[in-house]
Design a protein around this ligand. Structure first.
Ligand code: KL2
Length: 572
């Protein structure tokens, strides 16, 4: 028997016996529990898909069996042994590594800390099954599924920086491919307004990121979605370090984060961001959900005027029975002359369920009503608004158009069409008129209203009988949803191997804004100008880096990053 890199192979006819040398450490508690510890090799050396066989030079080889030098000494029939498939528990059992009684949904157990494992598979399966029933498995699947495995960047640091812990960083295990994103600069297109004396006004410039960081809890609950990933890249410690590294790299002045687990937020994310000079606000989802939305901003650049969490769960309103939330902050730019207006930053993660467009629209209406209230200035006008997050709706879907066009006529619209996540599905229910009931206290113009019937104006009562909704915010999307060079669709996330856009940064465009000009909109004088954005990528590019998450891109979403310019208030 020959020993090779932590794997001792022995092929005995058809039966393969492998004993792995695994050190049970806190990264791999389940491996430690189920497998024999032989020596101090970290688990990632052996925990791999069989097609990605570990070679001594630290590269995983695709579709190749280990060379004869690996096992030939003990192979009676010259048949290369097949290491167990880590995604398939039964192969671990066949290999004699797991007891026959080990749980079948092994992958769910293999990627995280012990406390997650205790939840057990039934709950996780149930969630997946429930989602499937409600059509949550996605749609326009690429014909060629992404290759198994993951990737790492060319020329990027081989070892990840140790941000907060003393964990051993992952070894690089694939040919290094980096996801390339370039900066798209619009500053030359932006026109500066002038003062009454004809002088150019000095602007306030800031950057903003929107990033769904993929909750570790949801990752576990929907583990079947991440089977294409090399398990160690799904480890929270690895992902956390990468995510913080990415945030540090971009150093956005404001970050709107979704799917932030409350425990990791308290113990790791908030302390790490505070040490980078951020003030952090957080709103957890309702019910028993462990994740939520965070808005963080640099203390040196903004001060917090007010913070407004929005819960979409409403007791007594059957439509609003989901635990999604939004978080709105009103920020004051820090500037010695105090010449800039506040900005209103809203962050949300709308319901995922592709078939419940009615719930998504009602959640959005609640958020828009709160933004309109928070952003309202004493003169009745609205301060610059940034609305970002994961809307679980694709570009040009009715929900997206509602945000941009300020109006949606929805007569006879099937619920499944609202978000456009599913292209080919049975059209079942259609949106009711009105979508949300009057006792929610939100008008068809997405404004708060008195709930006393006697206070309702006649036209407001009538508006509830018309199949149309409106809102009062002028919002432009910072991204154009097509790549400038290739015309391919931009991608912000991979769901069930489908690459789509569901994340957005909408903003109140001002006169002279490049995007507003490109879209032929004449925006008001006050607002924001888009100076630039970090380009997204297309599906091809994502396939090249083996989809998301991968060794470097540690979420199933990409961060959106934009830079804005704010001009001083009129004649100040
Ligand atoms: O698409 V998301 O991922 O905005 O990144 O929002 C939801 C989904 C998140 C919160 O519910 O969990 C993910 N198929 C794909 N993704 C799912 C599914 C599913 N069946 N269920 C939950 N999510």
């Amino acid at each position: 028997m020959e020993r090779v890199d932590g794997v001792r192979c022995l092929a005995d006819g058809w039966r393969l016996l492998i004993s792995f040398q695994i050190k049970a450490n806190k990264n791999y508690p389940m491996i430690g529990r189920h497998l024999t510890t032989v020596d101090s090799r970290p688990a990632q050396f052996v925990y791999t898909h069989w097609r990605h066989w570990y070679k001594p030079n630290n590269f995983w080889q695709t579709q190749r069996h280990p060379s004869s030098s690996v096992c030939s000494a003990t192979q009676p029939f010259n048949r290369p042994p097949r290491p167990p498939d880590p995604y398939n528990w039964s192969s671990w059992r066949q290999a004699g590594i797991l007891a026959q009684s080990q749980p079948r949904r092994g992958f769910l157990h293999s990627v995280g800390p012990m406390d997650h494992c205790e939840r057990g598979p039934p709950q996780k399966r149930r969630k997946g099954a429930e989602k499937l029933q409600s059509g949550e498995r996605s749609v326009h699947l690429p014909k060629s599924s992404p290759q198994k495995g993951s990737s790492s960047p060319k020329g990027s640091p081989q070892l990840l920086p140790d941000v907060t812990s003393n964990q051993t960083p992952l070894e690089p295990f694939f040919p290094l491919i980096e996801l390339k994103r370039h900066w798209e600069d619009f500053s030359h297109v932006c026109q500066a307004p002038t003062t009454n004396e004809g002088k150019e006004k000095q602007p306030f410039e800031f950057s903003l990121m929107s990033y769904n960081i993929l909750s570790q809890d949801l990752l576990h609950k929907n583990a079947y979605l991440y089977r294409h990933c090399h398990p160690p890249v799904l480890e929270w410690e690895h992902r956390f370090q990468n995510i913080i590294k990415e945030m540090k790299l971009h150093s956005a002045d404001i970050m709107c984060l979704q799917e932030v687990d409350k425990d990791s937020y308290d113990e790791q994310i908030k302390p790490a961001l505070e040490s980078l000079g951020y003030q952090c606000e957080f709103k957890r989802r309702t019910g028993l959900k462990s994740d939520g939305c965070a808005v963080v901003f640099k203390r040196a650049r903004f001060s917090l005027v007010s913070c407004h969490p929005v819960e979409y769960f409403r007791q007594g309103i059957p439509l609003l029975d989901r635990d999604n939330v939004g978080l709105i902050v009103l920020l004051s730019p820090i500037d010695p002359q105090s010449s800039f207006s506040n900005i209103c930053v809203a962050n949300t993660h709308l319901l995922f369920n592709p078939r419940r467009g009615d719930i998504k629209l009602a959640q959005l209406a609640l958020l828009l009503a709160e933004i309109s209230r928070v952003a309202q200035l004493p003169d009745g006008s609205i301060c610059p608004v940034l609305l970002c997050g994961d809307f679980n709706s694709v570009p040009w879907s009715p929900l997206y158009r509602f945000i941009k066009d300020r109006r949606l006529d929805y007569e006879g619209m099937p619920l499944v069409e609202v978000s456009g996540q599913e292209q080919h599905s049975r059209r079942t229910r259609i949106l009711t008129v009105p979508i949300w009931p009057r006792n929610l206290g939100i008008s068809q113009q997405c404004q708060y209203e008195s709930q006393r019937d006697s206070d309702w104006k006649q036209e407001e009562i009538e508006s509830f009988t018309k199949p149309s909704i409106e809102h009062c915010l002028n919002l432009t999307s910072a991204y154009s949803h097509y790549l400038q060079e290739s015309g391919q669709s931009e991608v912000t996330t991979c769901i069930s191997r489908t690459a789509i856009t569901v994340d957005y940064i909408f903003y109140s465009a001002a006169l002279g804004d490049a995007r507003a000009q490109a879209e032929g909109i004449a925006p008001p004088e006050r607002g924001l100008q888009l100076l630039g954005r970090l380009a997204l990528v297309g599906e091809d590019e994502l396939q090249r880096v083996k989809s998301l998450p991968n060794q470097n891109n540690s979420s199933d979403h990409l961060p959106l990053l934009t830079c804005f310019r704010l001009y001083p208030q009129a004649d100040s």
